[in-house]
Design a binder for this molecule. Structure first.
Ligand code: GLU
Length: 427
């Protein structure tokens, strides 16, 4: 009988996206001056769990959906990070995103490590009932691995307040009492925080505003293009519009709309609320593709769609003066290198989109204390956290002559490393 070939095993999560996260880490480690323990421990996720979810479809058939949860580091506290529903979800993507969550939480000085999970599925092809069943079954399977002091999920791509409500309910039904602190990004009616929904997009604009002031630019005169019109890009576009900036282009999965005179963002939101996407919107705009949006002439390009958008292929064609990463990992390492050569600064993801997890932290603290803060208080606390992190990153970047991404990673790695050294390795 023919023997089954066994190629040299690789680590299961070691995909191109994980390599991107690892290459960033290796580069930052050269600059961070941290002990061997730190680099050895943080190159790999602490725990990866793979599930297959059996789901009854509306037509009575059954399908099995692959699902994942990766916990990268629990040195600073419980792990934290979103759950995404997307056809590209795999172990390596979750591991890369979990590592970025570790850096993001550490940079913002939140008492958390990083995690990420998701289900490989296309929500546009599923009914609401099917998505409910996927979410509830996933939560039941996740139950031994999550907990308010262990790992706290949140929304990410194609998940939202409703998804979190089903997760909170499923977990609570198993416990026998309401456990609002098991997830963040919940509806306000069950212990969610005011301003959590807007937090990521609002945080992106807080970082852009601070960068503009350091660069001596007036935000109100900037022309902005925003890739992504969902949880992050949709809010960022509104905040930019409200602050008087000219949002010249936005896009979603159906493509983009462009108007050099500036788009009417509230009207676009009303259209999307009615039609589900920007598809078919043509009034006073030019229809463009997502690729064309990236190459438009503008001042600030906000990447708020998904990973791997600015790469070695198109980084040379960008015509903006500043890139802001609202998504996680939207710029490949090659893209980053080209932008650096061209002198286009990149406001890195682990800083720029950290508003979401920061208000998630506020939500968790409020849930644990059963005491709720108002919108002004949360916005003020978020602005304090974001500007403190921004200033630390900016100063390290200026003092050491390194990119904002490297400065953010160095600052984050040092936070984790300090805790790792103090705790040591068990036993
Ligand atoms: N999914 C979001 C992120 O990538 C939020 C995570 C959270 O709030 O825990 O930062």
């Amino acid at each position: 009988m023919a023997k089954v070939a066994h190629p040299a095993p690789t680590l299961e999560w070691d995909t191109p996206l994980y390599q991107q996260a690892l290459t960033q880490l290796e580069h930052a480690l050269e600059l961070a001056d941290v002990p061997d323990l730190t680099s050895t421990r943080l190159r790999h996720p602490e725990r990866c769990v793979i599930f297959s979810l059996p789901i009854e479809m509306d037509d009575g058939s059954y399908r099995s959906f692959p699902a994942y949860r990766v916990q990268h580091s629990s040195v600073l506290g419980p792990t934290k990070g979103g759950i995404r529903y997307d056809e590209a979800v795999d172990l390596g993507e979750c591991a890369a995103l979990a590592m970025w969550m570790t850096w993001k939480c550490a940079l913002l000085r939140l008492p958390y490590g990083g995690a990420k999970g998701g289900v490989r599925c296309n929500v546009r092809e599923l009914s609401m009932n099917e998505v409910t069943r996927i979410t509830r079954r996933f939560t039941a399977e996740l139950a031994p691995f999550i907990g308010p002091q262990l790992d706290i999920p949140a929304p990410d791509m194609a998940t939202n307040e409703q998804t979190m409500a089903w997760m909170m309910d499923t977990y609570s039904m198993q416990k026998g009492y309401a456990v609002p602190e098991i997830v963040t990004g919940k509806p306000i009616s069950i212990g969610g925080s005011v301003f959590r929904h807007e937090a990521t997009g609002a945080g992106v604009v807080m970082v852009i505003e601070r960068a503009c002031s350091r660069l001596g630019w007036d935000l109100a005169t900037q022309r902005c293009a925003v890739q992504g019109f969902g949880n992050v890009g949709g809010i960022a576009a509104t905040e930019l519009h409200d602050k008087g900036a000219r949002v010249v282009a936005v896009s979603d999965i159906s493509g983009g709309v462009y108007s050099p005179a500036g788009l009417d963002i509230p009207t676009l939101h009303a259209y999307v609320a009615q039609h589900g996407s920007l598809e078919g919107y043509t009034k006073d705009v030019e229809r463009i593709t997502n690729e064309e949006l990236l190459e438009l002439e503008c001042d600030i390009l906000v990447l708020a769609a998904r990973e791997d958008q600015v790469t070695g292929e198109n980084a040379g064609k960008l015509r903006c003066k500043l890139v802001a990463e609202g998504a996680n990992g939207p710029t490949s390492n090659e893209g980053d290198r080209i932008l650096a050569e061209r002198g286009i600064p990149v406001l890195p993801d682990i800083l720029t989109n950290a508003g979401g997890v920061t208000v998630s932290y506020f939500e968790w603290v409020q849930d644990l204390g059963r005491l709720f803060w108002d919108r002004d208080e949360i916005r003020r606390r978020l602005a304090d956290k974001m500007s403190d992190a921004f200033d630390r990153v900016w100063n390290v970047s200026q003092e050491r002559g390194i990119s904002l991404r490297d400065a953010a990673l160095v600052a984050a790695i040092r936070e984790v490393s300090g805790a790792l050294e103090a705790r040591g390795v068990y036993p």
